[in-house]
Design a protein around this ligand. Structure first.
Ligand SMILES: Cc1cc2nc3c(=O)[nH]c(=O)nc-3n(C[C@H](O)[C@H](O)[C@H](O)COP(=O)(O)OP(=O)(O)OC[C@H]3O[C@@H](n4cnc5c(N)ncnc54)[C@H](O)[C@@H]3O)c2cc1C
Length: 399
């Protein structure tokens, strides 16, 4: 069977689902395919291990697309402060929403909650064909993009969008190279109950072995992202539960009292990756398919959501060919530069905090203290992390 759409989106994770919904709202017909099914979300069950801090820009995009309500109705936790400090000195910095005239700095949300809300919206879109448990097998590009699927069907479209994560099939099939650097770290994630209240604050302590984050998920409940060198990560993942929570409590200087493990532990390899280009004739990459960054500032999915909004805004009106290279190049110029800046900033933080050399330690602690006391600099950094500065797509701008 052959089917024709304006666009095919490969990958229905948070970024692929956002892209699909934005395309459909712009009047495009879209087929979205994923090798799996969107995860179920049971609001009365335990919190999932995969969570993201969504910033204000992502909230605005999801609000403009009508998916935000479905997220907050399911489960999302606002945080109104962020506290960062260095284990190797006295430097610290604290951001507070009220000093920025905002109600909160962002929300901590389980990835499956965002996906469930987006898929609920997609299932109501007449322009969208959902193809779950399907994989692409072959790609042919000529006057259209022809994508042969593993069930024998071939989809045709003016534009194929790769939203299929860091090991993107679309990127490979289109022959787009990517530069990758291994950070030599794994992120151990788990959820804990905290003895003391977390004060709706996202906490991050920079240890010599990597950053340790406590993200508020519910009262007295935090999601942990503990990035550590490979050997230490292996030890942390294998420690008996009690030893692990004791070690975690110590690593966090007992700031939130004693901790109780509420979940399994899972590990994710950390690497930086950037596709050498984001577009080719009739092909575009978004989200982790285009770029992967260190999770230390919780920005990966936020960048991907902005890619989705920028790509759809860069395309010509819906009656014209979505695969025209002019629109695709505009998207690439716009987002590749923005993502590169964030990637370099994350690398800079990673290297600066990993260094045990006295001059670097002194400099970073002095730097944290200075920035903490210089209001305009602090405001600039906070607004950048909230995604409300820079060249924003229309969907991410204030109403
Ligand atoms: C430990 C950790 C913590 C993080 N914390 C944050 C945070 O707080 N905030 C933040 O913004 N970011 C965070 N990130 C980054 C964030 O998780 C990623 O940037 C984000 O998930 C990327 O979304 P995506 O939709 O581009 O890709 P993915 O989530 O990888 O989705 C890709 C989709 O494509 C599908 N797929 C893959 N291959 C195929 C194929 N061949 N055929 C069909 N379908 C396919 C998959 O099934 C999947 O559904 C974190 C990352 C890590 C590792």
């Amino acid at each position: 069977m052959n089917r024709a759409h304006d666009c095919i989106v490969c990958g229905a994770g948070i970024v692929g689902a956002t892209t699909t919904l934005a395309l459909a709202r712009a009047g495009r017909t879209v087929a979205v395919l994923d090798s799996g099914r969107p995860p179920e979300h049971d609001g009365s069950g335990a919190h999932d291990l995969r969570v993201s801090t969504l910033n204000l820009a992502s909230q605005r995009v999801l609000q403009s697309l009508g998916a935000w309500q479905g997220i907050v109705e399911r489960r999302a936790y606002p945080f109104d402060a962020m506290s960062v400090w260095d284990a190797g000195g006295a430097g610290r910095i604290r951001f507070e929403a009220r000093t920025l005239d905002e109600a909160q700095l962002g929300f901590v949300v389980e990835n499956r909650v965002v996906q469930a809300a987006l898929h609920e919206c997609l299932s109501r879109e007449p322009n969208v064909t959902l193809l779950y448990t399907t994989r692409p097998q072959r790609l042919r590009i000529d006057s259209v993009a022809a994508c042969e699927l593993d069930d024998g069907e071939t989809l045709h479209a003016q534009l194929l969008i790769g939203a299929d994560g860091s090991r993107s099939w679309v990127r490979e099939a289109a022959g787009i190279a990517a530069d990758a650097t291994d950070y030599g770290q794994r992120a151990i994630v788990c959820n804990v109950r905290t003895e003391r209240p977390h004060e709706s604050t996202a906490w991050q302590r920079f240890l010599p072995s990597g950053p340790l984050a406590f993200l508020p998920l519910a009262p007295h409940t935090c999601a942990i992202v503990w990035s550590a060198e490979l050997a230490l990560a292996e030890v942390l993942a294998a420690l008996p539960e009690r030893d692990f929570t004791e070690r975690l409590t110590r690593a966090f200087e007992s700031r939130l009292g004693t901790l109780e493990l509420l979940s399994d532990r899972a590990g994710f390899p950390l690497f930086r990756q950037h596709a050498r280009c984001y577009v080719q004739p009739r092909v575009a990459l978004v989200g982790d398919a285009a770029h992967t960054i260190h999770p230390l500032a919780g920005q990966g999915v936020n960048l991907g959501i902005l890619d989705a909004a920028a790509l759809v805004e860069s395309l010509p009106p819906h009656r014209e060919d979505a695969g025209q290279l002019r629109g695709l190049r505009r998207y690439e110029r716009w987002r590749r530069a923005e993502n590169r800046i964030v990637q370099l900033a994350m690398d800079g933080f990673h290297q600066m905090f990993a260094s045990g050399d006295y001059p670097v330690r002194w400099l970073r602690n002095a730097g944290l203290t200075v920035v903490d006391s210089v209001t305009p600099a602090k405001r600039f950094l906070a607004r950048r992390a909230m995604g409300v500065t820079g060249d924003l797509p229309r969907l991410a701008r204030a109403a």
